[in-house]
Design a protein around this ligand. Structure first.
Ligand code: AMP
Ligand code: GLY
Length: 427
């Protein structure tokens, strides 16, 4: 099987690593890929946002399966084009990817299906949105409707901040993502990420994780794409997971199929574990990054077999995916300046020494300099990932590897896993 993997981050490096372990793989292409992915794949200079060139390449190279990593090509309809042309594809259609691409779409679906989520209202102009603020109390959550690279959410403690956010979004600061705004009730509880695989009919749990969104130790400072993660998330107990499947994931998959837009791929639910049970914060139409990295370390299945069964609508033929009971943990090494403008070009050394500590180092934002050195080429640069009998062991291995790296322009949080470690200490 010839596979084409689209994307260039740590998520895609983890997918490439796992795909490359499959005996079914004859050749892996990645577009555009990165120097880490290049250890397993031939990286090709194709832009996933140019669907015609992806299709032409897939045809020319006899690609049997396309795996789409990031959300933007999904929301743009790449999976539709590939499927219409008979190419098996892992990833939802444009219509189904609205679950990530439009917050209003997802909230309306939740309302119709009685899926537990925060109370909300949708607005297309600032005046009406501001007038509604009183009915939401404080804090209140203001969201740009469309894709905003994780930046389109403002939690406002004060009314003035909420009004500013509304003006910002309608004022065009979020591009077309802000043409519509959703106001939400603020939910309290602990957050967990929950993943499900579905071919549009059958749906199976695909692991849980918790990530660390703030840039600083102790969860302070600005939001990021994620500074680290671990899996499983014990806070999502088997009982809560069963509720999330029954009350949130399964009704969503059923409703999407009934509406003529079956969802095929991985469905990533951001959950708030409230006093009333799990509530949906948001859906993503792809794996989380860096959550994918910890899931792949625990997955005990052939990834090509799984993805093919999803793409072919035959997921019901497989037993539920099996994961190691061990805990995987990943520490994100970012370039100084992130999540503002990151310092590019910092030299990275000692990856081999780091991996000798027992960790796997996934490349997220790296490049080769003209001289062939590995250098930083993005905000999040490396994902130092380890698995252990418990979270403490995984954490110790990951940080031993972090300390073995030579990346003077990089930084990381030193407290990944703290919630769970504290819970275990407090018994
Ligand atoms: P999102 O991009 O929708 O995942 O939102 C980013 C973050 O904002 C989430 O991970 C939550 O921490 C927070 N958030 C979003 N919606 C709510 C809500 N209704 N109540 C409380 N926190 C929220
Ligand atoms: N780590 C959060 C995300 O991938 O959306």
């Amino acid at each position: 099987m010839i596979v084409l993997l689209l994307g260039s981050g740590g998520r895609e490096h983890a997918l490439a690593w796992k795909l490359s372990q499959s005996e079914r793989l004859t050749k892996l292409f990645a577009a555009p890929g990165n120097p880490g992915i290049a250890q397993y794949a031939e990286c090709v200079d194709l832009d996933p946002l140019h669907p015609d060139s992806v299709l032409a390449f897939a045809r020319e190279e006899n690609v049997g399966l396309v795996v789409i990593g990031p959300e933007a090509p999904l929301v743009a309809g790449l999976a539709d084009l590939l499927r219409e042309n008979g190419i098996l594809t892992f990833g939802p259609s444009k219509a189904a990817a609205q679950l990530e691409g439009s917050k209003g779409f997802t909230k309306d679906l939740c309302a119709r299906e009685r899926i537990p989520t925060a109370a909300y209202a949708r607005f297309t102009n600032a005046e009406a949105a501001k007038a509604a603020l009183d009915s939401f109390g404080s804090p209140v959550v203001i969201k740009a409707d469309g894709l905003a690279a994780g930046k389109g959410v403002v939690i406002a403690e004060k009314r003035a901040r909420a009004e500013d956010a509304i003006d910002d979004m309608f004022g065009g600061n979020f591009g077309s993502a802000g043409a519509e705004v959703v106001i939400e009730e603020f939910l309290t509880g602990e957050e967990a990420s929950f993943f499900a695989l579905t071919d549009g009919k059958t749906v199976v749990p695909f692991g849980s994780a918790q990530d660390h969104k703030r840039v600083g130790d102790g969860d302070v400072g600005p939001n990021t794409g994620g500074m680290g993660a671990y899996s499983p998330a014990p806070v999502l107990t088997p009982e809560l997971e069963a509720r999330a499947m029954k009350e949130i994931i399964e009704p969503t998959v059923r409703a999407m199929a009934a509406a003529g837009m079956p969802y095929s791929g991985v469905l990533y639910a951001g959950l708030m574990l409230t006093a009333d049970g799990p509530k949906l914060i948001e859906y993503n139409a792809r794996f989380g990054d860096p959550e994918c990295q910890v899931l792949m370390l625990r997955l005990e299945e052939d990834l090509i077999t799984l993805f093919l069964h999803v793409a072919e609508g035959r997921l019901a033929e497989l037993p539920p995916p099996s994961f190691s009971p061990n805990t995987a943990l990943t520490v994100v090494m970012a370039a100084k300046g992130y999540p503002g403008t990151p310092a590019k070009g910092g030299r990275i050394g000692n990856i081999t020494e780091a991996e000798e500590k027992g960790a796997k180092v996934f490349h997220a934002g790296t490049a080769r300099s003209q001289g062939g050195d590995l250098i930083a080429n993005g905000g999040r640069v490396l994902n130092v990932t380890a698995i252990g009998a418990d979270i403490g062991e995984a954490r110790d291995t990951a940080y031993a590897a972090v300390d073995a790296l030579d990346f003077p322009n990089g930084f990381c949080r030193r407290d990944i896993g703290w919630r769970e470690l504290a819970r275990q200490r407090n018994g």
